[in-house]
Design a binder for this molecule. Structure first.
Ligand SMILES: NC(=O)c1ccc[n+]([C@@H]2O[C@H](COP(=O)([O-])OP(=O)(O)OC[C@H]3O[C@@H](n4cnc5c(N)ncnc54)[C@H](OP(=O)(O)O)[C@@H]3O)[C@@H](O)[C@H]2O)c1
Length: 277
């Protein structure tokens, strides 16, 4: 039997780099792929696909904007090419129900499911790491997180848990054919999350709830393209309306243990100094 080799796309991102680290810790060969990698891998540059897929037995797929009409076609073409090149397993990082263009997301999931691979789909909630590694880091550092999420509750999840589920699905039997709905262990408002970070850092950091109009105005003033303004306004409206105010059991089901809590993440990130100013 041939050696396992996992192609990890989005390998420099929040989940991908954790998947890479965890696979390497298990001694599994990895090809870490992204546009800035060597060789470069781009979803829109099909010439880069064959070199990325050569010898790959498993795939971690962080596909570009799954809510776009083109996503299903891209995922279908890539997954079929991968199966023809000898890949057997694929894990797709998807999104929970309810956002903009969700019919396109479901079409992309179905495209993977029909590509001739053993597939697993991950549908995680908002990542804890948005506050420390992504678009909410600067607001936290600035002491004010201004969002139109009201008191809507969400079951934020640790990207470490998502990566651990992905690695289990890529390296162990028993995960093929699952859609894992991945939430953290408790429902929190954005205000709750920011308060926990403030407590962990000992800093004065506030959550300021905005209306959608106020938020859109601030985003436009910062030069954010209108498409992204509308997308994020829609996401926060969904949170505010309670659309994500539910827990799911995907971490327990896939890993046999509960998901990690936001407090543990906030304390660890604070200790590492990511929110030091
Ligand atoms: N953040 C959340 O709370 C959340 C919640 C649920 C689901 N999601 C989903 O998670 C996905 C993002 O995953 P992530 O947070 O792990 O990644 P991320 O931190 O957003 O990083 C994106 C990764 O994809 C690569 N990339 C971007 N565009 C690419 C392209 N055209 N071709 C090839 N590679 C490309 C980037 O590297 P290069 O720039 O080097 O190419 C990077 O490695 C999105 O689909 C999002 O919908 C996010």
């Amino acid at each position: 039997m041939s050696e396992e080799m996992i192609l990890v796309t989005g390998a420099t991102g929040k989940t991908g780099r954790r998947v890479v680290r965890r696979l390497r810790e298990r001694g599994v060969a990895v090809r870490a792929a992204s546009r800035s990698g060597t060789p470069s891998f781009g979803w829109t540059d099909r010439d880069t696909w064959a070199p990325a897929l050569e010898g790959a037995t498993g795939l971690y797929l962080v596909a570009p904007d799954l809510g776009s009409p083109e996503a299903a076609q891209t995922v279908a073409a890539f997954a079929r090419q991968a199966a023809a090149a000898g890949a057997r397993r694929a894990v797709l990082l998807s999104v929970p129900d309810g956002g903009r263009g969700h019919e396109h997301v479901l079409a992309a999931e179905r495209a993977l499911e029909h590509a001739g691979l053993d597939w697993t789909v991950l549908r995680p909630r908002w990542f804890f790491q948005n506050f420390s590694e992504d678009f909410l880091l600067d607001p936290v550092l600035g002491g004010e997180v201004r969002l139109p999420a009201g008191d809507g509750k969400e079951a934020f999840i640790d990207a470490e848990d998502i990566a651990e589920v992905a690695v289990a699905a890529l390296t162990e039997d028993g995960h093929a054919g699952w859609h894992y709905e991945l939430s953290g262990p408790r429902l929190m408002t954005f205000g709750d999350a920011v308060a926990e970070i403030a407590r962990a850092t000992g800093r004065d950091i506030r959550y300021v709830p905005l209306t959608s109009e106020e938020y859109a105005r601030e985003q436009r003033a910062q030069g954010v393209p209108e498409e992204w303004v509308q997308l994020s306004v829609g996401l926060y409206e969904y949170v505010r309306s309670g659309g994500l105010a539910s827990l799911s059991d995907g971490v327990q089901r896939s890993l046999g243990r509960p998901p990690r809590d936001f407090s543990d993440y906030a304390e660890a990130a604070a200790r590492q100094g990511v929110w030091n100013v």
